[in-house]
Design a protein around this ligand. Structure first.
Ligand SMILES: Cc1ncc(COP(=O)(O)O)c(C=O)c1O
Length: 401
């Protein structure tokens, strides 16, 4: 039997490089892995404010199928949490619990789009957007995000791509893989453009509290969206250092009721998979009542040291063009290919892996604007980052034309 066309049609670069890494490891080499955005794999610990309530969950037997949208206590806690951080006016009725932001992305495309409907995606993006867009047969258009503009979205390009079949415009701030925090001004310009069409903004804010520089702040898209509808995602994978929990949520901002129908559809879809994990929703609700100061400032301090080291090292390398990531734990660099023997970013990434035993992800896996680039995760220790950078310098020297 053959695999379905829709499943054959997509790839997921972040995990696709792993098969090649396994081969290198099988030959007995130790690889420094800079490919997966999972803090736990690099020694970070899930905070006690999240794990402590698990004991309480056991006592209270929170093990039943929950309301498909999420337990009320969780949705209320999310509404309070978002309203405390941002001026977004969310209520529990406008929140659903999901098994990761990943599930939210999938269900949104399922409910908001038909095959052939246009969706706009950042030119360099988290591959789940385009992977799911492929599955749902969307007309995917990529808007300009380039290193020279700090990888911020280009509103003029967004405008040129909008048409009457555009349903969703994806934004991701702070951004994976570029680490950019979109300025409020850019967000407002995009809101105005989307407002001219019968379309909705999808705002993935998974890294909102991992902004690394003092004085810089994440702006929630819903805060500046006026009457333009927004569906926003966030979760516990990154900011709460709990990717394995698969606990996340979506909320909508929809003052004119423009997306009521697809939102109802999304709620309907939640029934098809019964519910997100009940015990973890309860623990999450409890954690949200606690202060995040017990772990977040320390996490940011560690990330900042690592970001500064990797950025300083990369920016000294001839043939590498890089900007300073403002948030999260990724750095995206462009390679001046005309200076080297490699044909493209994939060749470079596999060479770096096979010859220097450093695993990164090729930029073209993050969309067409990522060609000739590569992404590194800077979660490893300073020592490991230094080794990876020394070996990169060697590799560049050995392959210079
Ligand atoms: C921008 C972005 N959105 C969503 C996700 C997936 O998050 P979750 O673990 O909540 O499914 C990731 C994971 O790396 C991400 O980087």
């Amino acid at each position: 039997m053959k695999i379905s066309d829709r499943t054959a049609g997509f790839s997921y670069a972040i995990r696709d490089v792993i098969a090649a890494a396994n081969e290198v490891e099988a030959k007995g080499h130790k690889i420094i892995k800079l490919n997966i955005g999972d803090p736990i794999k690099y020694g970070f610990k899930t905070p006690k404010i999240l794990t402590d309530p698990l004991r309480y969950v056991e006592e209270e037997n929170y093990n039943y199928y929950a309301d498909s949208r999420g337990i009320l206590e969780f949705r209320e806690a999310i509404a309070d949490y978002e309203n405390n951080k941002y001026n977004v006016g969310v209520t529990a009725e406008k929140v659903i619990a999901t098994a990761g932001v990943s599930e939210g992305i999938q269900m949104t495309l399922m409910s908001f789009t038909n095959p052939g409907d246009r969706i706009l995606i950042p030119g360099i993006h988290y591959p789940s957007y385009s992977g799911n867009g492929t599955i749902f047969g969307n007309d995917m258009q990529y808007y300009r995000t380039v290193v020279e503009d700090n990888y911020y979205p280009d509103p003029d390009h967004i405008r040129s791509l909008m048409n009457d079949r555009t349903k969703l415009v994806f934004l991701n701030t702070p951004n994976n893989p570029t680490g950019s925090v979109y300025p409020e001004k850019v967000l407002k310009e995009i809101v105005d453009i989307v407002g001219e069409y019968d379309a909705c903004i999808v705002s993935d804010e998974t890294y909102d509290l991992l902004v690394l520089d003092e004085g810089l702040k994440h702006t929630a898209t819903a805060e500046v969206a006026k009457d333009v509808p927004v569906i926003a995602y966030n979760g516990f994978s990154k900011v709460f250092l709990a990717p394995g929990w698969r606990l996340a949520y979506a909320y909508i901002h929809d003052p004119l009721g423009k997306i009521e129908e697809p939102w109802d559809g999304l709620n309907k879809l939640t029934r098809l998979r019964l519910c997100a994990s009940t015990p973890l929703q309860k623990a999450g609700a409890e954690a949200l009542k606690q202060d995040q100061s017990s772990y977040l400032p320390e996490t940011i301090k560690l990330l900042k040291e690592r970001r500064d080291l990797i950025y300083n090292r990369l920016s000294e390398m001839d043939g590498i063009v890089v900007n300073k990531p403002e948030a999260a734990f990724y750095i995206f660099s462009m390679i001046s290919m005309d200076q080297f023997k490699w044909k493209n970013d994939k060749e470079f990434v596999f060479d770096y892996l096979r010859k220097k035993h450093i695993l990164t992800v090729f930029g073209s896996g993050f969309g067409p604007f990522g060609n000739d680039g590569f992404r590194m995760v800077y979660l490893p220790t300073l020592e490991e980052i230094d080794i990876a950078m020394n070996r990169l310098e060697e590799l560049l020297r050995e392959n210079r034309i």
